[in-house]
Each structure stands twice: as structure tokens, then as C-alpha cells.
Design a protein around this ligand. Structure first.
Ligand code: PGA
Length: 241
């Protein structure tokens, strides 16, 4: 694991955006794996800035999102589909047909999950996968458990995640209890992985991810087995490392 410690959130976002820009200039039709949540917002903002300055061209870039709430349609303001278009895609020149996000209102979950996996394969696999990390060590929505799913699947969100994500909803009762998420195998197949973590609340999970034993109760610890992982952490998140 390559660990980059930065001063603060701004620097984390700049570093992350720089990695995306360099990757796209090397390979115009890069396949990106993208997260939602609070952590990547600064990176998306910085990428939009660089796009507006003419420094990045997203016209051939392909993206796959990590996850989507089950039961929320793309128009729902709390859906990850909505988040991605509002915070990022509407502000760059990505083509709609190159954006892939699991369908949270699919009628056939099994089929949707198989389809998502096969699409990733068909597009040549993920070149660069970005991840956030839950306070509980989850990546995507792969929650701590005695066993983890390899492929894209429907997952029951843990109480910790429901509570953590309730900050984005009016009421905790509104937080969906299930989500579609890439599996650990889907994530581990990416050629390169960048995990971003900022703030004191992430410090225990980051310490376990980097220095703990590889175990499914800390899903991010499995990243120790991948040969090209970079963790970008600010001072607060790196407190216990
Ligand atoms: P956050 O979420 O970026 O909003 O902290 C990360 C996650 O839960 O994976």
C-alpha cells in the first residue's frame, strides 16, 4: 500500500484530482470507478475547475459508480444517481451513455447485478477506482461481516451506516435499508485503487485498514492484498497510523 499523508481536505482533493487528470491524459477512454458521499466532493469540484480551464477532456471517459440505494429512483434527490449528475456529470463533458450506476429501482435485482458486472467486463475493466471508507471500514456498501460477497449484489445496510448516512436525509426513517453495491471482487479487480479519507472520525478505520489483520470485519483491510492501492489521508484521518 502506498500511503500519501496530506495536510488537509483541500490538499487531499487536489491530489486526487491530479491523479484523475494524469490518468485521463494517458488514456482518453479511461474507465473510472467512482464513489459518492462527502469525501469525494472536493475532488469533483477540482475536476470541474480543471475541465472549465480546458485541462481535462471527459468526452471518452467511462464511469461506473460503486453503489446505489435500493428503492430510490434516479430522480430522487438522495439517490446516488442524482448526486453524481448534480455534483459532477452535469458540469463536465461526459457522455450520458458512458455513465453507469446500478439501477436502484430495478424489477430484477439478480439480473441487474449480473448485468452491471458484465458491463464492467465489456468496457475492459476499471482502470482507476476511487473509494471512500465508512467509519466502520466499509468500502462501497460492503459492510463488516463474517463473509463478504465478491460480485455486485443487494446488501442490507448496517445500523452504523444507516445512522451515519441519516445526515443526508430529513429523517433516519427515510434512509433506505438496502443498497446495490459492487462486491469486493469487483473492486479488487480494478487495475488501480485510490482510497480517500479525511477527518478524525475515519482514524480508527484507517489504522485498521493499513496496519490491521486482513479480515472481513474491516472490509477495507482486504485492500492490503491488492498490488496497486494508494491511500490519501489527511492529518486527522492518519492520526492512528
Ligand atoms: P463519506 O462516506 O465520504 O460521506 O464519509 C464514505 C463511506 O461511507 O463510504
Amino acid at each position: 500500500m502506498n500511503i500519501i499523508k496530506v495536510k488537509n481536505y483541500k490538499e487531499l482533493s487536489m491530489q486526487a484530482a491530479g491523479i484523475v487528470a494524469a490518468q485521463i491524459s494517458r488514456k482518453k477512454n479511461t474507465v473510472l470507478g467512482l464513489p459518492t458521499g462527502q469525501t469525494p466532493l472536493g475532488m469533483y469540484q477540482e475536476l470541474i475547475k480543471r475541465f472549465r480551464k480546458g485541462e481535462i477532456d471527459f468526452s471518452q471517459v467511462i464511469t461506473f459508480n460503486l453503489d446505489e440505494y435500493y428503492g430510490l429512483s434516479p430522480e430522487h434527490p438522495q439517490s446516488y444517481n442524482y448526486y453524481m449528475w448534480q455534483t459532477f456529470f452535469n458540469n463536465i463533458n461526459i457522455k450520458k451513455e458512458n455513465v453507469f450506476i446500478p439501477d436502484g429501482v430495478t424489477k430484477d435485482v439478480q439480473k441487474e447485478c449480473r448485468y452491471y458486472e458484465s458491463l464492467i467486463e465489456k468496457k475492459g475493466g476499471i482502470d482507476l477506482q476511487f473509494l471512500g471508507i465508512g467509519d466502520n471500514g466499509h468500502i462501497g456498501f460492503n459492510e463488516p461481516a463474517i463473509a463478504l460477497n465478491s460480485k455486485t449484489h443487494l446488501v442490507n445496510l448496517s445500523q452504523a451506516t444507516i445512522e451515519a448516512n441519516s445526515r443526508f436525509f430529513n429523517d433516519i426513517e427515510d434512509v433506505p435499508r438496502k443498497a446495490l453495491t459492487m462486491g469486493m471482487g469487483t473492486i479488487m479487480k480494478a487495475k488501480q485503487i485510490i482510497l480517500l479519507a479525511s477527518g478524525m472520525k475515519k482514524a480508527p478505520a484507517i489504522a485498521k485498514t493499513i496496519n490491521g489483520k486482513v479480515n472481513t470485519e474491516v472490509p477495507a483491510s482486504l485492500l492490503q492484498l491488492h498490488r496497486d492501492v494508494t491511500i490519501i489521508v489527511d492529518k486527522d484521518a492518519a492520526r492512528d497510523v
